[in-house]
Design a protein around this ligand. Structure first.
Ligand SMILES: Nc1nc2c(c(=O)[nH]1)N[C@H]1C(S)=C(S)[C@@H](COP(=O)(O)OP(=O)(O)OC[C@H]3O[C@@H](n4cnc5c(=O)[nH]c(N)nc54)[C@H](O)[C@@H]3O)O[C@H]1N2
Ligand SMILES: Nc1nc2c(c(=O)[nH]1)N[C@H]1C(S)=C(S)[C@@H](COP(=O)(O)OP(=O)(O)OC[C@H]3O[C@@H](n4cnc5c(=O)[nH]c(N)nc54)[C@H](O)[C@@H]3O)O[C@H]1N2
Ligand code: SF4
Ligand SMILES: [Mo]
Length: 709
């Protein structure tokens, strides 16, 4: 018997509407759903889900460690024993040391952020060890303190206009469907755009479409944004009406940007002065416009001020809440699904006593992973236990060697996983988690105007459970008042404001607020503030941030040189003469995932380092050669991909390359992993704690006498 089931793919941050064909109980075909908001598009990762679900390495039963940690010996246990062990540990630690002795965490957004947040909050701890501080969180929080809400690019034209000028600022939106934005929407909106400005050290795939490329030196984006503000303000081409009525602190910002003349900024950023001026004029004059910021500007020791400068650029050009500009979406009738995580709060005193909470004052209620891991290594950390769902800090957090050493000093680690990742290998209890094809769920990412139904298509392998059920069953045992009899009830509860049950939602496929149902210029209505205004302390867009001022940070954006560079550490640069840039997403890999799927691995069997042909030639390196990349922290090897679309001094190392085929417990996690090169010692962004992952120093040389890793 053949049937077609509509669902939502979550093989990355997710969101593509899909149609899954099942024949005699087995999935035979997956394709994009043309009737969904993503219009039938999907990618290799989603298609390879067929291999993913049948992979022999799947975790199929709860297991507990038998023998020493990382010894690779496991004993099957029942769900009852596994859950009671985890909950028992939590209760024990709460009683002995307080809730802050537990960290509840996950990796990047995989559709269950809100459950992690709810479990963390209901347990009462302030601690989580996730990568949010080097991912999207600093953008969300700087947007929230500047505008009062989170601004997204209006790719949709629901207000009658598409963006005329778009800036792709360190983000490959054409491939990565990140944080609720989908490539299909971005690419469609480009058909309507007059200008695309690419702010990226590399001429990426979308450079063909761009009419201006600003090849910024890695880590100097704040200077570039301030230079553009200098031009816009001094030439008087800012939006005078918006600035006068809806912003706070313009004069102070105008004074600050005088320190950033195009000449000076050209020196800092390596972007020619004429191009800085051209970009500034284009964005200010060809409106409406939007700016898509990426992880590159966030994974920086100056992330807060960089993002603030970019937000000021949006505001002085009046590109806030207008059709075709930056908009805070009104959510669906179901409200903000992510509130499910926040509606419970840990006690204030627990937040206040959080590790490093006093040092990095913006991410209130979050601990700083590098600080926690350092304390764990030094044996003076209050965190004793970690419960984690997916994610792989051994690849994602800076200085992987130290990360592993720190995690090994935890007394107890429990992990919900699909595979025996290097983190699973050092855990105490591993719980088998279902794949999106094996569970009912609500897909929700930050873009807010839509949510998708994830519909169970096949049974999970062995005893694997939906992630929502795992959270609910742990939650029930530790803080029963905050959880549900069944996880099905939990799904219904999240849809209550839309007055539908999950079963109906399943049939609908998605909920979206689009077209005339969406709302723009909300500051001119009572939406945020009675009588109008933005939900900030001054009711204006804060060019001068009263929030940062109160917290003791610079209220105006400024530039700071990366911690390691030709200019900040010239001596080190003699030894390590190249700029080490890590990241640059590959369409078919998702961080450390999918190197274990033959369909994907065939597309790119080895990790890839991009090297300029001139630099490669100087080192006797040819396309495909294995190359050592060395930083003061260590060395890794990847294969050379000669790429001329960037400055010859920059090296772009693919992040999170994993070798699941290699023996445990380490699975060669240091051999090609970019974070074996990055630093966990700072400098850290003073407000958010983020680190430089895109602007460090390195040297390269050919791997002699070896063809493979
Ligand atoms: N296929 C795939 N999709 C993904 C992911 C994945 O791993 N694979 N990861 C997901 C996640 S968690 C995230 S956060 C997003 C990230 O998505 P992006 O933010 O797009 O991340 P990258 O592709 O790593 O980097 C984007 C661009 O920034 C440029 N860049 C590097 N350094 C700098 C700099 O200093 N300044 C500027 N202006 N640009 C710079 C790089 O050359 C690159 O082209 O993608 C998500 N989507
Ligand atoms: N140097 C450098 N470091 C970086 C970055 C960079 O560009 N450069 N990017 C940073 C960014 S933006 C991010 S977000 C992080 C990514 O950080 P993480 O999210 O920690 O990254 P992954 O390595 O992809 O985690 C993958 C693991 O999650 C498991 N998993 C996947 N889906 C599920 C699921 O549905 N349920 C469960 N239970 N498990 C699942 C997989 O099996 C796999 O073992 O890395 C950060 N680190
Ligand atoms: S882009 Fe992400 S959601 Fe879409 S098909 Fe690919 S993996 Fe799935
Ligand atoms: Mo991320």
């Amino acid at each position: 018997m053949k049937k077609v089931i509509q669902s939502t793919c979550v093989s990355c941050h997710g969101g593509c509407g899909v149609l899954v064909t099942v024949e005699n109980g087995a999935i035979t075909y997956i394709e994009g759903n043309p009737g969904s908001p993503t219009r039938g598009t999907m990618c290799a990762k989603g298609l390879a889900s067929i291999q993913h679900i049948h992979h022999p390495g799947r975790v199929t039963h709860p297991v507990k460690r038998a023998g020493q940690r990382g010894g690779g010996k496991w004993q099957k246990i029942t769900w009852e024993e596994a859950l009671d062990t985890i909950a028992g540990k939590m209760k024990g630690y709460i009683e002995k040391y307080g809730a802050n002795s537990i960290a509840i965490s996950q990796g990047t957004g995989r559709g269950y952020n809100r459950y992690t947040a709810r479990l963390k909050n209901s347990v009462g701890t302030a601690h989580t060890l996730g990568p949010a501080y080097i991912c999207f969180f600093p953008y969300l929080i700087t947007s929230a303190i500047t505008v009062g809400e989170k601004l997204f690019c209006d790719y949709h034209g629901w207000g009658g206009k598409f963006p005329k000028t778009q800036i792709s600022w360190g983000r490959q939106n054409e491939i990565n469907n990140a944080d609720g934005e989908m490539a299909v929407w971005f690419l469609n909106s480009l058909k309507h755009a007059k200008n695309l400005i690419l702010v990226d050290p590399r001429a990426t795939a979308i450079a063909n479409r761009a009419n201006l490329w600003l090849p910024v030196r890695p880590g100097t984006d704040a200077a570039l944004a301030l230079g553009m503000l200098n031009v816009i303000i001094n030439e008087g081409i800012y939006d005078k009406e918006f600035v006068a009525n809806w912003t706070y602190g313009f004069d102070k910002l105008a004074a600050r940007v005088q320190e950033y003349s195009p000449e000076k900024v050209a020196e800092i950023t390596w972007v020619p002065k004429e191009k800085i001026i051209q970009g500034a004029r284009m964005f200010a004059l060809d409106t409406p416009g939007c700016i898509q910021v990426g992880e590159a500007v966030v994974a920086s020791s100056n992330s807060t001020q960089t993002l603030r400068a970019i937000l000021c650029l949006m505001a002085v050009t009046g590109n806030v809440e207008k059709p075709g500009s930056m908009v805070d979406w009104v959510p669906t009738e179901a409200g903000l699904i992510e509130d499910f995580g926040r509606e419970i709060r840990p006690p204030k005193e627990n937040l206040a006593s959080a590790i490093a909470g006093d040092t990095f004052r913006l991410p209130i209620g979050r601990s700083h992973p590098d600080t926690v891991l350092k304390q764990l290594r030094e044996g003076n950390c209050i965190i004793k236990m970690l419960h984690q769902s997916g994610g792989n800090p051994l690849f994602s957090l800076p200085n992987s060697r130290n990360v592993r050493e720190g995690l090994l000093n935890l007394e107890f680690i429990s992990l919900a996983e699909q595979f025996m990742s290097p983190l699973a290998e050092i855990s105490d209890v591993v719980l088998p988690a279902a794949h999106w094809l094996e569970e009912d769920a609500i897909w929700d990412e930050h873009a807010r105007f839509m949510i998708g139904a994830v519909n169970k298509v096949v049974d999970p392998p062995g005893e694997a459970w939906p992630i929502a059920k795992i959270y609910n069953e742990i939650g029930k045992r530790v803080a029963p008042q905050d959880w549900f009899d069944t996880h099905e009830q939990m799904l219904d509860y999240q849809l209550r404001k839309a007055h539908i049950k999950f079963e109906e939602f399943k049939k609908m496929g998605f909920l979206a607020r689009t077209g005339k149902d969406q709302q723009y210029e909300k500051h001119k209505t009572d939406y945020w503030v009675k009588g109008g205004g933005f939900p900030t302390p001054t009711r204006k867009v804060e060019l001068y941030s009263t929030v940062l001022e109160k917290l003791g940070y610079d209220p105006l954006p400024h530039y700071k040189e990366p911690g390691e560079s030709y200019y900040s550490t010239p001596e080190l640069a003699k030894e390590y003469p190249l700029i080490l840039n890590t990241g640059g997403r590959i369409p078919f890999y998702f961080h450390s995932q999918y190197t274990n799927l033959p369909w994907i691995r065939e597309l790119q069997p080895h990790p890839r380092v991009q090297i300029h042909p001139d630099t490669a030639a100087q080192h006797g390196i040819e396309e495909g050669d294995w190359v050592w990349i060395e930083s003061p922290r260590g060395r890794i090897k990847q294969t050379a991909n000669l790429f001329s679309g960037m400055d010859p001094r920059i090296i772009v190392v693919q992040n999170s390359w994993s070798y699941p085929e290699k023996p445990g417990p380490e699975q060669d996690f240091l051999v090609s992993n970019a974070n074996a090169l990055t630093s966990d010692e700072g400098p850290f962004d003073p407000a958010c704690g983020s680190v430089d992952l895109r602007a460090l120093l390195c040297r390269i040389y050919k791997v002699e006498g070896q063809n493979h890793a």
